[in-house]
Design a protein around this ligand. Structure first.
Ligand SMILES: Nc1ncnc2c1ncn2[C@@H]1O[C@H](COP(=O)(O)OP(=O)(O)OP(=O)(O)O)[C@@H](O)[C@H]1O
Ligand code: SF4
Ligand SMILES: [Mg+2]
Length: 383
């Protein structure tokens, strides 16, 4: 249940909501709310993340806690999410993907940086404007087994967001709304009184998606939504998500570690390493023309079904473990595992930008890459 609550409002905020509801209802609609409710043209940025940082303090001592450091889970990330697109985020376990998701959902407070939703910095909003943002940005979680409360019926689970945002389903209309949502995600509306254990993994994830759609959001943050499912079921859920995106004009931030799935669903892809964005571009730029050694290594490990292509491929094996985010390497964070590292890599942090050498070129290598020595390498990539 904890996870589901997270998808909406943190538990401690719920009581605030009812207490302030009457006062908020009396407030006149401000310029900020008007901006938040205004539509965004397809292809325009709907979310702009700028220098986002999340450091978790590391403390020592039982009675007198003192900070001895910080886990730099997200350490200065910037990217845009365009209206109607799917931006995939990939990277090894612990690189900060879920922390980014939680920061965008305002489930974690950013250490610094901004998140602009339709031009408004949502990290600084409160009151009605904040509620409107929360309604418009929803989340689908990884594990459909633990993210649904086993003691609640499917109808109550999917309809729960209406407790906090009653305007989403006027009184008396809630049951019909929930049944409509069940139908939209391909489940029988008659199942409304069943419990989560009566459904398969794929069906449960459909319930999670229905819940995410309940308030008619504009953005859905999907944190590994199919990783816990069988391969055949993964495809069905991905197809459903693509269909819903067209139907409801949704923008997705799609977090996953499976590069093939991310390519299938994404328009653009960002590759994260140790709290930073290593490379970002369209799926063709990243998969066919990667210029960052980390992306190249990840792609070289993707299984290739074609035996001829398999024979010709160079597999890049990364040595060493991912360093601790509490003590990341100086300069380029990837340098301790990079086969191309030079002295400059230890002293200068590479900026995420189009590399100088590709700036005037028409090639798909001309996309943002945080490497001092960015260049193309012929890695056999995922189909
Ligand atoms: N609440 C927290 N307190 C302290 N450290 C945290 C907290 N949440 C996350 N971290 C640390 O931040 C780093 C990034 O974690 P995060 O969960 O964002 O990674 P991830 O990329 O989603 O990994 P995975 O692929 O395993 O889900 C990790 O080192 C993790 O241990
Ligand atoms: S900046 Fe240096 S260490 Fe970092 S990826 Fe590029 S070559 Fe490797
Ligand atoms: Mg995660």
């Amino acid at each position: 249940m904890a996870d589901l609550n997270k998808g909406e409002e943190p538990v401690d905020r719920k009581s605030d909501v009812s207490a302030t509801e009457a006062a908020e209802a009396a407030e006149p609609a401000g310029a900020v709310e008007a901006a938040i409710e205004a539509p965004v043209e397809r292809g325009e940025p709907i979310l702009q993340v700028r220098n986002l940082v999340k450091h978790f303090p590391l403390t020592q001592g039982i009675l007198f806690k003192r900070q001895i450091g910080a886990v730099k889970a997200v350490d200065g990330i910037s990217f845009d999410l365009y209206q109607g697109e799917t931006l995939g985020i990939v990277g090894e376990s612990g690189c900060g993907k879920s922390t980014v998701a939680k920061l965008l959902m305002l489930l974690e407070t950013a250490t610094s940086g901004e998140v602009f939703y339709k031009g408004q910095d949502i990290t600084k909003l409160s009151g009605r404007a904040l509620r409107a943002v929360r309604r418009n940005i929803q989340m689908v979680f990884q594990d459909p087994y633990t993210s649904l409360n086993p003691r609640m019926t499917v109808g109550d689970i999917i309809g729960e967001p209406f407790d906090i945002h009653p305007e989403g389903a006027p009184k008396g209309d809630r049951r019909r709304k929930v049944q409509e949502l069940l139908d939209v995600v391909g489940l029988n509306p008659e199942y409304i009184n069943r419990y989560p254990h009566q459904f398969s993994g794929g069906q449960r994830q459909r319930i999670g998606i229905a819940r995410g759609l309940a308030l008619n959001p504009e953005i859905i943050i999907c944190d590994e939504p199919v990783s816990a499912l069988d391969v055949s079921v993964q495809a069905q859920v991905i197809n459903l998500m693509e269909k819903l995106q067209d139907e409801f004009n949704l923008s997705y931030l799609f977090i996953a570690h499976d590069l093939s799935i991310v390519r299938h669903i994404s328009d653009r892809v960002g590759v994260m390493y140790l709290g930073k964005m290593a490379e970002i571009g369209t799926d063709a730029e990243i998969y066919d023309h990667p210029t960052h050694p980390y992306t190249q290594a990840l792609l070289s490990a993707v299984p290739v079904p074609d035996p001829e292509a398999r024979e010709g491929r160079e597999r890049i094996i990364l040595t060493g473990d991912v360093p601790s985010p509490a003590n990341p390497p100086s300069g380029c964070r990837f340098r301790t595992r990079c086969w191309k590292a030079q002295d400059k890599c230890a002293t200068e942090v590479p900026v995420l930008a189009i590399p100088e050498r590709f700036k005037d070129s028409e090639t798909l290598a001309a996309h943002e890459s945080a490497c001092h020595f960015a260049e193309e390498k012929d890695v056999v990539h995922a189909a």
